[in-house]
Design a protein around this ligand. Structure first.
Ligand code: ATP
Ligand code: MG
Length: 418
């Protein structure tokens, strides 16, 4: 008797070449996540059999919950092709799950048609034995409490009865790459996770305003990137740390208060757009959600998008906060996101932010200072670090601004984690 996992893929509505690519990527990602040479992956048509071969099966299953593109799994027990063994295994495998009055069904498939017994004969033998062993048990073929699946394969007979959902979506990487605008808040990490689940790999970009804001707030972006890296291609994520200080100053000095946040967003996406151009990245991802704060209105999104040549995808546009928080907890970003360090938005406290800003005014205010030169300079001074879930990059003790801290040896740390 050997235990293994039967894994089904997620959105497999694909054909031909695309499907091949999907399967290859899903298996590559699953192997990376499981990260144990003992574990054997056996690809069979539209399924994947995972044999622990000595590794802890629960740890393997746990790792698979973090692989996008996998739809569900079943814990499987494998026995010999001798019918008495099949019956015995079925009894032992189901015993802990049968209590009192319950209904069941057995479904048998022969992947190996040369097996001497017909499917119906196997089903009957197993069902009869189960009925005899448990008094409260009865058969219900349409809506059973327990459904035992039996698969006759060339190297043994496989039995399973549970189906546990996995992430679904597409293997990360097959949808290309995008830049995630990652703040220290609750929403943008969740937006990033959902994007990766949909098959898109990410680089993160954080606008930090040290020393105007605390270095702890930039550290939050680093710690969030480490959490997100777990789901990214090869479990690694680049973080572009953008020194936004000078742009903030310009906004405070030149822009009328109600437009502070509007212009801030426009400058952020300008920088990101410039960066994306250089890196051949076609879209940006943001954590905005319609109506969540005064500045996240449709008009606001229009004026922001007007400053950017790329589409800005907002996966959370219509998701309510409770649902976002649930995901943030599930991916373990919530605790970091709710640490009380001020981010760039706290630089501004407009008493009457424009909730219906207009492109005309935004452009007019941007002519009051040299946007082009500031954006170019900011792009040039951006530091890129590469992070994994295990990286230990802590800038907090190293200075008051991110640029100083990275000069103080932070960059060595970052380089080591690459
Ligand atoms: P979040 O919880 O993601 O911070 P929020 O509801 O607080 O979102 P805002 O602070 O208004 O909303 O920001 C909206 C979006 O703009 C964020 O989700 C993020 O994508 C982007 N953004 C805001 N601040 C930053 C920043 N400092 N660096 C990078 N992106 C940012
Ligand atoms: Mg925020």
């Amino acid at each position: 008797m050997e235990k293994l996992l039967l894994v089904r893929y997620g959105d497999l509505m694909l054909k031909g070449q695309n499907k091949k690519r999907f399967l290859k990527a899903a298996i590559h990602n699953a192997k990376r996540m499981v990260n144990d040479d003992r574990v054997r992956f056996d690809v069979a048509h539209d399924r994947l059999y995972v044999y622990p071969e000595g590794a802890d099966i629960d740890a393997v299953a746990q790792a698979l919950t973090r692989v996008s593109g996998l739809g569900s799994y079943s814990p499987v027990v494998r026995t010999t092709r001798v019918i008495d063994d099949v019956v015995k295994t079925a009894l032992a495998w189901l015993a802990p799950h049968i209590k009192g009055e319950m209904t069941f069904a057995v479904s048998t498939k022969r992947a190996d048609k040369k097996y001497p017994l017909r499917s119906i004969d196997i089903t009957k033998r197993v069902a009869t034995a189960l009925l005899k062993a448990h008094e409260g048990l009865s058969v219900d073929l349409t809506n059973p409490d327990v459904k035992l699946h039996i698969e006759v394969r060339r190297h043994g007979v496989y039995l399973y009865h549970e189906k546990i959902p996995l992430m679904g979506g597409f293997p990360v990487g097959i949808g290309g790459k995008a830049i995630l605008l990652l703040s220290g808040g609750i929403d943008s990490p969740v937006a990033g996770y959902l994007t990766m689940k949909q098959g898109v790999a990410l680089d993160a970009m954080h606008f930090e305003s040290t020393p105007l804001t605390t270095i702890e707030s930039a550290q939050k972006a680093i710690d969030l990137t480490k959490k997100l890296a777990l789901y990214n291609l090869d479990m690694e994520m680049k973080l572009h740390l953008v020194p936004f200080y000078k742009l903030h100053r310009a906004i405070l000095d030149y822009v009328p208060e109600p437009y502070h946040i509007t212009i801030m967003r426009r400058l952020m996406v300008r920088v990101a757009d410039r960066f994306a151009e250089r890196e051949h990245t076609p879209v940006l991802i943001s954590g905005e959600s319609i109506g969540q704060v005064a500045s996240q209105t449709l008009e606001s999104m229009h004026v922001t998008d007007n400053a950017c040549t790329r589409p800005i995808i907002r996966p959370l546009a219509t998701t309510d906060k409770n649902a976002i928080v649930d995901i943030a907890r599930a991916i373990d970003t919530y605790t970091i996101s709710t640490l009380p360090f001020d981010d760039c938005c706290s630089v501004y406290t407009p008493s009457r932010p424009a909730t219906k800003p207009r492109v005309y005014y935004a452009e007019r205010y941007e002519r009051l200072f040299d946007v082009e030169e500031l954006v170019e300079d900011t792009v040039k001074r951006t530091h890129t670090i590469s992070l994994t879930p295990e990286s230990d990059l802590n800038l907090v003790a190293k200075g008051l601004s991110v640029e100083d801290a990275l000069d103080q040896g932070g960059e060595d740390l970052a380089a080591r984690s690459e």
